[in-house]
Design a binder for this molecule. Sequence first.
Ligand code: FUL
Length: 504
Amino acid sequence: MTTLPSHWTRRGFLGASTAGLAGALAPAIGSAAPTCAPLPTAGTRPRPSAAQLAWQREELSMFVHFSVNTFTGREWGDGSESPQVFNPTALDARQWARTARACGFASMILTAKHHDGFCLWPTKTTAHSVASSPWRGGKGDLVREFTDACRAEGLGVGFYLSPWDRNAAIYGEGKAYDDFYIEQLAELLTSYGPVAELWFDGANGEGPGGKRQQYDWARIHRTVRALQPHAVMFSDAGPDLRWIGNESGSAGSTCWASVDPARVPRPGADDPWTGEALQQGDPHGAVWRPGETDVSIRPGWFWHAEQDARVRTPQNLLDLYFTSVGRNSKLLLNVPPTPQGLFHDNDVRALRGFAQLRTAMLARDLAAGAPVTASSNGATAAHATDGDRDSFWMPAGGAREGWLELALPADAAFDVIRLEEAIAHGQHVSNYRIDAWRDGCWQPLAWGTTIGHCKLDRVPPTRTPRLRVAIEHAYDVPRIARVGLYRSAGGDWSRPDHHGDTDA
Ligand code: FUL
């Protein structure tokens, strides 16, 4: 029986919370470790570090929640669980990694320690770990098996290490717990090779009268920078990545990668404006801190038998792709292994279905190579359809608005539009519209605010000889790296709108 903490759906309770293409669109798997220094380009608006850029280009990452909770049916263990309950009978981290890789995910993040304090590696800091469990006769190291599996499949490695620890007796004692936490962190950062992401959860359900621990975030960040300078760090308050503000899989339809750090000063800050700041970011924010959208494939973060029939459908997962990746965020999808230590067949089936829908949709960019004209600087307009996300069109003379016009083949019928800014140079567009030529005039097809790394718009099934993307407002010269047109599996293609037929 699952025991949900009374406030588990509301992450902000009691000061608590962070929470959270590959394949067809070139994942950044296996590339040389990028650094955390901002990329050298002109301008005063914030830009990503190479590590943040590589992180965002992955688009899909997999979260793996596995702990004593997998065996007790709880979502938040209270720390009193006996390590004896931890005994996956057929654990195969390669099955997780193969599934992730085959379905287009570029990295995986493991709950090395959840709030219950049970460590999935044989840490020197506490006996509350796999070393005290019957699994592999107490000689197992799940973090090792996980990292080996990720490396074998070419996936990036990430760790979730819960600051809130309900088992450690010294939790709440200030420096003593800080030292303990830093030691755990250092073990993870020094024993298992390159780490791409650290996930710092601000959740805390101690409640009134509970233990209080002020985490030494500056020291935690310094430790990560010193031991894994290429890793990016996630929390509500960054420093590199921010929580998107909910666990339902939805980034703001306006979503800036930049933030004003003062609006979310620390993980777990629960001020009235926090949610909006996390969802939308801030066009004037001084810091580049893109949002990560964490959501589970099931109602819970951990596996529960009674949820085997409540796994998201492939179509629902595709919808999440639109509301996360398609809104300038990254999707961190949780897939919890069963007590056997395997992904459940229902989850694997859903993931495969999701991958099929996505790759079928993205297999062919109907705008690829299309001739493009522009409001100015026309010689570079073709960069928007050349498939190279590093090349871009920008209007001449420092203009902050302008338009691109694509000439499309008669048979190009689409219902998904993908726009990309060249975000290595920052994110600037705050308003755009897309029009199709029909009956001798431009007719509106889509309108939106931010673009960033990727903006996906669903439109009615459409054919048109001419498509115009107008940047109506930007905070600096807009740089458009891609206008892509795709056809989803779902649309009613029997009668696509024949934009322009009378005029073509
Ligand atoms: C939350 C935690 O309390 C949940 O258990 C889960 O780990 C989620 C990703 O973050 O804050």
